[in-house]
Design a binder for this molecule. Structure first.
Ligand SMILES: C[S@@+](CC[C@H](N)C(=O)[O-])C[C@H]1O[C@@H](n2cnc3c(N)ncnc32)[C@H](O)[C@@H]1O
Length: 288
């Protein structure tokens, strides 16, 4: 982030700006500041010392999780990269949600071109994390990006990936905020789905409404979310493990979560049950 040295200087003079989690009013913020950061810390913090590790967050979004890792878990160096610039809102969001006047200098952010290599531009990192991002990456860019991230990591370093919801699971369309019919995206046509979204009125689950909503407005957000659905790469948990393995990573630990729901008759036999019920993967990889 430009001006990071100014933040570093201010911190040296006055310490980290005070913050207060009791001020949190936004459920999207809370879901990332608390839940997502807790999970990343459980997985990454179990293999790396957060206080000394240099970390890269691939697909950092608005950076709320990174902010939490610094404030709540003592991380001291996180570089967030993303093809969008949602992280530019973080100073305002932190002011509104935590009463925090300055973002910690431990955080740096960068906008990247989709698929542009990162390796060789910075020091090797100890850990890479990625939350709810790899299902959005263009499919033909997955293998080169995994190879590039492999090259960004020091030998022995770790790479933590979380994806939820996986495409073939009941709400794998990422459209649940508008459509709560399970597996609707595998049963209905795109036109039918778009009509459901267009006709949606009333409130959405606040924990699913990000800070981009204010920019897009009600109708614009519907178009944005639907385009995101159309761009999903439909990655499965098995494919993720296979692709990262091809890049050279080895699996240190993984957990796959299943939903406990009845598969509709219209889908039974069309896809393996395991694919339809597996909604989340946590994957911890290591570079040998
Ligand atoms: C659902 S958001 C998750 C953001 C953040 N990790 C979070 O938990 O809020 C997916 C993110 O992936 C980013 N993304 C998609 N394709 C990408 C790519 N090729 N390289 C880097 N980021 C990408 C998007 O811009 C978006 O911010």
């Amino acid at each position: 982030m430009t001006g990071n040295w100014v933040l570093a200087l201010q911190e040296r003079l006055w310490g980290l700006a005070p913050w207060d989690a009791k001020k949190i009013s936004d459920e999207w913020f809370r879901a990332h500041f608390e839940y997502a950061a807790d999970v990343v810390h459980q997985w990454v913090g179990s293999v790396l010392d957060m206080r000394t590790a240099r970390l890269l967050n691939f697909g950092c979004g608005d950076g709320i999780t990174d902010l939490s890792l610094v404030l709540r878990y003592g991380a001291t160096a996180i570089h967030g990269v993303d093809i969008r610039r949602e992280y530019a809102k973080l100073p305002r969001i932190a002011r509104e949600q935590l009463g925090m006047r300055r973002i910690p200098s431990a955080l740096t952010f960068e906008t990247i071109t989709p698929g542009a290599p990162l390796a060789g531009r910075r020091e090797l990192v100890d850990g890479i994390m990625s939350w709810s991002t790899f299902e959005h990456v263009q499919r033909d860019q997955l293998a080169p990006i995994f190879a590039d991230l492999y090259a960004c990591l020091r030998p022995g370093g770790y790479f933590f990936i979380q994806i939820e919801p996986l495409f073939y699971s009941p709400f794998g369309s990422h459209l649940r905020r508008y459509d709560d019919v399970p597996w609707h995206h595998l049963l209905a046509s795109e036109d039918e789905l778009w009509k459901v979204i267009q006709n949606h009125e009333g409130p959405m689950d606040a924990s699913e409404v990000d800070f981009g909503f204010a920019d897009f407005g009600v109708e614009g957000y519907k178009r944005f979310v639907f385009k995101e659905y159309q761009a999903l790469n439909r990655l499965t948990a098995d494919e993720l493990v296979q692709l990262t393995g091809q890049a050279g990573f080895v699996v240190a630990r993984q957990e796959r979560r299943q939903v406990d729901m009845a598969i509709p008759d219209g889908l039974k036999g069309q896809y393996p049950d395991e694919l339809l019920l597996n909604n989340e993967i946590f994957l911890l990889l290591q570079k040998p």
